[in-house]
Design a protein around this ligand. Structure first.
Ligand SMILES: [Mg+2]
Length: 208
């Protein structure tokens, strides 16, 4: 007998539920170069290599970034929205961030399951490298759930979300930058939690 597919939701983290961490780092440190994000640079390796080099130049340590990250608050309404989603179906945050930086922030969101990467530091606590859980991580997470007969809805906003959004059973952009809006006509577009909730309610079979 065919097991019926169950809905599951995978979502990006930054600009969906919390502000962009590196923009906050740039604001707190005054280092404008650190304000670039996956919304600006398509190649993630290029972006992370640039960030690590910039942190080294300014002698910033992981603990400095953690301190700033710990001061970040969820976006208004995020905690309530995540709580609602988790009350109706399994929910995972799938992020190209690093557990060392976002661990405490996830607690402020009610500790949803968080799948992300790790950082490497030297003896002085400076970030020297980063380790992706795997290449094409976000797409592979969605693919793995689909292989297990889950029907996956994906919520994202950036270039690094496009692969997982496009293979999802349902891909929903949340407040994306203009060029992503224009280049992704096949994806649903939402600009508030109210719109996001209405879209999820109207399309996901197990969500009431
Ligand atoms: Mg994002």
């Amino acid at each position: 007998m065919q097991v019926p597919a169950i809905d599951i939701i995978c979502s990006d983290l930054e600009s969906i539920w919390i502000p962009e961490i590196w923009i906050e780092v740039a604001r707190h440190t005054g280092i404008q170069a650190l304000s670039k994000t996956t919304r600006d640079i398509k190649n993630y390796d290029e972006l992370m290599t640039f960030r690590i080099k910039t942190l080294k130049q300014h002698k910033l340590k992981l603990s400095d970034i953690q301190q700033i990250a710990n001061s970040i608050k969820p976006l208004p309404g995020a905690v309530k929205m995540i709580s609602w989603i988790r009350s109706v179906c399994p929910f995972f945050i799938v992020s190209d961030t690093f557990i060392e930086i976002v661990g405490p922030l996830a607690k402020k969101l009610g500790s949803p399951p968080l799948l992300c990467h790790t950082l490497e530091t030297d003896e002085q606590g400076c970030i020297t490298n980063y380790h992706l859980r795997s290449k094409n991580f976000k797409r592979k997470v969605v693919q793995a759930f689909q292989d297990l007969n889950f029907r996956v809805t994906v919520i994202g906003d950036s270039y690094n979300d496009l692969h997982m959004l496009k293979i999802a059973d349902q891909g929903i952009l949340f407040n994306p930058p203009k060029d992503i809006q224009n280049s992704s006509p096949g994806l649903g577009q939402t600009f508030s939690y109210k719109e996001l909730k209405a879209t999820l309610e109207s399309t996901a079979s197990t969500i009431q």
